[in-house]
Design a protein around this ligand. Structure first.
Ligand code: ZN
Length: 138
């Protein structure tokens, strides 16, 4: 029996996407995404849980694990830790985070060089949508 991956060729995906984008009258040109950040949010009560999650992510994937910030930093409203990763890892790391976050809020954004867009309309949230301080990007 064929697997789903065998049936869906890159060409048929491209063809389906072209049709859908035309129907929806959307642009099919995506900006170049050089990488992604997943910002794990936590507070005093979830500090150890977040630290363990970030350390485990760093052991399981070839990613860059940032510092544990016990204060809001940059646009982030809560304490946070940044996981930086290449686009090729998205399909593995993001589901891994979804299955292992255990209630933690995680904010994921692409890096396209457009900070405001990357932190607003292109944001991907797990658990809850928090309000970011976007004033430094405007
Ligand atoms: Zn970021």
């Amino acid at each position: 029996m064929q697997s789903l991956n065998d049936k869906i060729s890159d060409r048929s995906i491209q063809s389906l996407r072209k049709t859908a984008m035309k129907t929806l009258k959307l642009s099919d040109s995506l900006p170049v995404i050089s990488g992604y950040h997943a910002h794990v949010y936590f507070d005093k009560t979830t500090l150890e849980q977040a630290r363990n999650l970030c350390q485990a992510a760093g052991r399981c994937f070839p990613i860059s694990v940032g510092r544990i910030h016990q204060k809001p930093i940059g646009p982030h409203p809560d304490w946070s830790c940044q996981l930086a990763f290449k686009p090729e890892l998205f399909g593995q790391l993001v589901p891994w985070l979804a299955f292992n976050r255990q209630g933690l809020v995680i904010f994921i954004h692409p890096d396209t060089g457009n900070d405001l867009g990357d932190h607003s309309e292109r944001a991907i949230w797990m658990g809850e949508i928090k309000k970011l301080d976007l004033s430094k990007f405007e």
